[in-house]
Write a protein that binds this ligand. Sequence first.
Ligand code: ADP
Length: 296
Amino acid sequence: DLLVVGSANADLVIGVERRPGAGETVLGGDLATHPGGKGANQAVAAARLGARTALLARVGDDAHGRLLLDSQRAAGVDTVGVLVGGAPTGVALITVDPSGDNSIVVSPGANGRLTPADVRAAACLFQASRVVSAQLEIPLETVVEVVRNLAPGSRFVLNPSPPRPLPGEVLAACDPLIVNEHEARVILGEACVSEEPADWARLLLAKGPRSVVVTLGAEGALVADGHGVASVPSVKVDAVDTTGAGDAFTAALAVRLGGGAALAEAAAYAARVGAAAVTRRGAQESYPTAAEVDAL
Ligand code: ADP
C-alpha cells in the first residue's frame, strides 16, 4: 500500500485580462474551484492508477475541506488519515492572464498545522505502507517525523517542493529524491556547479539519498543510484496543461516501486503517466487510469 503525507489545497482560479498591480482592482471571469495541493494530487493520481492509497493530511472544517475529502473518496483514496480542523483549509488564490502567466498567493492554513504528533498518531497507516511519499507543503519538522516513523523495510519517496535545504536525516532516507530543474538547483545550492542535469543527479546523490530522479518536463527524466545515471525516455504528446504533471509522475513512480519494479522501470512508467497528465486540463482531473496509460 502507498501512504501519501502532504498538503491538500483548494485552488481558486480566476482568468483576468491583466493581473492587478499594487492598489489596483481588476475584474475577472467566473471563479473556478479545484481540489489541489501536492499531497492530495499524488494520492488521487496513485488511486486512479489502481493502487491502494491512503492520505495523511489536514483540512479545515469548511466547504473547501469537504471538496477535498470528496475528491479523494471519489478517486478511491482511504481518507481515515485526513484530519479535520485547527485552521481553514489551505487555499491557492490564482489569477491567470490570457498568455497563461499566473500570480499565486498560497495560504497554507490547515497544512501548516499537520504536526509531528499527527504523524505519530497515524502509526497504523505507516505499518500498512510499503511506500511513503511526501512533499514540502507541510512543516519540515513533520516530514522529519515521517522519516522517523517509517515501518521497517518500507521505502520513502520525497519531492522537495517547494524546495528548501533539507536536513541530512531526511536526505539519507530518500529512495528516491525526486526533483525538477528548479528544485535541483535549490537543494544543491552552492554545490550546483554544473548546467548538466546528469551532473545534478550525481551531485544530489552525493548529498546522501539512496537514489535520485531528475524530471525534465518534455525531455523525460534521469535516474541515478549506486549503479550510475540513466536516462528515461520522454513520451511525445501534445501538451495542453502541465499543472500537476510532477505530482502524477511522483505518484506513479511510488506505485511502481511499491509493486517491486526497479527504479529505471518505475520511472519509465511514471514518465508515461506524467505525459498522459499533460494532455488534459487541470491537475487531479487530468490523471489517467492504468488502462489509459497502457493505451498511450
Ligand atoms: P514539474 O511539474 O514538477 O515541474 P516536470 O515538468 O519535469 O515536473 O514534469 C514531470 C514529468 O511529467 C516529466 O518528467 C515528464 O515525464 C512528464 N511531462 C511533463 N511535461 C511533459 C510534456 N510536455 N510532454 C511529455 N511529458 C511531460
